[in-house]
Design a protein around this ligand. Structure first.
Ligand code: P6P
Length: 338
């Protein structure tokens, strides 16, 4: 089934979008080209990880006696080395780097700030489960275009993102992004080396029939969240409930399904993790921008994710995102009004 009315590559799509922005300088188009180049390199590594394992290239020490990097470290290095010399970025932040990633002095700096999780869900690689790369893009706010970027640039609230998205390495490689004008998805065709538009103007269903959360954590949840999940499991007169449970344990995959089919994805705080597990800056914020742009909602249980002021690069946040109806109903349970 062809879902789109026209065949267009990601590069051409971005270029056409840029033409709608009078002040567009082509820098964003160039940034996106560099980023999707990195995604294609990561996709190649992910696809070959299994066979490398078989031929002994991915044990702790490979056949040459060299220490082999974990796939998420390889993905991290691919993004950093694809982006650090382009003159588009002032600074980067990654889940894999404790500190900010500065642009080497030999390369020019640019006006953008990139935050990313290079390979989310990487613990699923060995069982061939879908994993992904998540990114968010900001304009730098610190002074001095030749100065190093700083934490002020990276710790901006999510509503200041100028673009956000993810790459999904599953049965195919899919790139989903928004620049604040809706959400579009592109599927990679390795035979022609292009990302081709596969979903234009994605909108999340107003309400879904799926809930996605790790029920192994039930004993640690608040009573209010337990009440909500039990509510979803009960049969309702209108036939909307019970919902079906879907949980892959790879956030990008669970959230991609939520984006397309609706429902709710939840990683709440619990007695062991008072701020939940997912990272605000480079996981929750980019995913929240996408879901909102598709007509959904994303909160931490009280406030809109995109309004939160990050305090440190790796801080965590509870995350409830998905269809507006479902997230609002969940909030009603959490604040005790239902
Ligand atoms: P749990 C993967 O490790 C990850 O960061 C997200 O991709 C995923 O949603 C979550 O953790 C899964 O966590 O505790 O359910 O295994």
């Amino acid at each position: 089934m062809i879902k789109v009315s026209r065949f267009i590559t990601l590069d051409n799509f971005i270029t056409k979008q840029e033409n709608h922005h009078v002040d567009a300088t082509g820098e964003f188009t160039s940034f996106m080209h560099d980023l999707t180049f990195a995604v294609r390199l990561i996709a190649r590594e992910v696809r070959s990880a299994g066979i490398n394992d078989i031929i002994g290239l991915t044990n702790d020490v490979n056949v040459h006696g060299e220490q082999v990097k974990k796939l998420d470290m390889i993905a991290n290095e691919i993004i950093i080395k694809s982006m650090n010399h382009t003159g588009k970025l002032a600074v980067m932040a990654s889940e894999e780097n404790e500190e900010l990633i500065q642009i080497p002095s030999k390369y020019p700096k640019g006006k953008y700030v990139l935050v990313f999780d290079p390979l989310d869900g990487s613990s699923n690689i060995d069982v061939n489960v879908t994993i992904g790369t998540i990114f968010g893009l900001y304009k730098r706010v610190s002074e001095g275009e030749d100065n190093d970027g700083n934490t002020e640039d990276v710790l901006q609230p999510g509503y200041k993102q100028i673009a956000a998205g993810y790459a999904l390495y599953g049965s195919s490689t899919v790139f989903v992004y928004t620049t604040g004008n809706g959400v579009n998805a592109f599927t990679y065709d390795p035979t022609v080396g292009e990302f081709i538009l596969s979903y234009e103007g994605i909108t999340i269903p107003e309400r879904g029939k799926y809930y996605s959360t790790n029920e192994g954590n039930t004993y640690k949840w608040s009573q209010e969240f337990k009440n909500y999940i039990n509510h979803l499991k009960e049969k309702s007169e209108d036939g909307f409930r019970p919902y079906s449970a879907r949980y892959i344990g790879s956030g990008v995959a669970d959230i991609h399904r939520t984006l397309l089919y609706g429902g709710i994805f939840a990683y709440p705080a619990d007695v062991n993790s008072p701020n939940g597990k997912l990272r605000l800056v480079y996981e929750c914020n980019p995913l929240a921008m996408l879901i909102e742009q598709a007509g959904g909602m994303a909160t931490n249980g009280k406030d809109r994710i995109l309004d939160l002021q990050p305090k440190n690069i790796h801080e965590r946040s509870p995350l409830f995102l998905g269809s507006k109806y479902d997230v609002e109903e969940c909030m009603a349970f959490l604040n005790g009004t239902k």
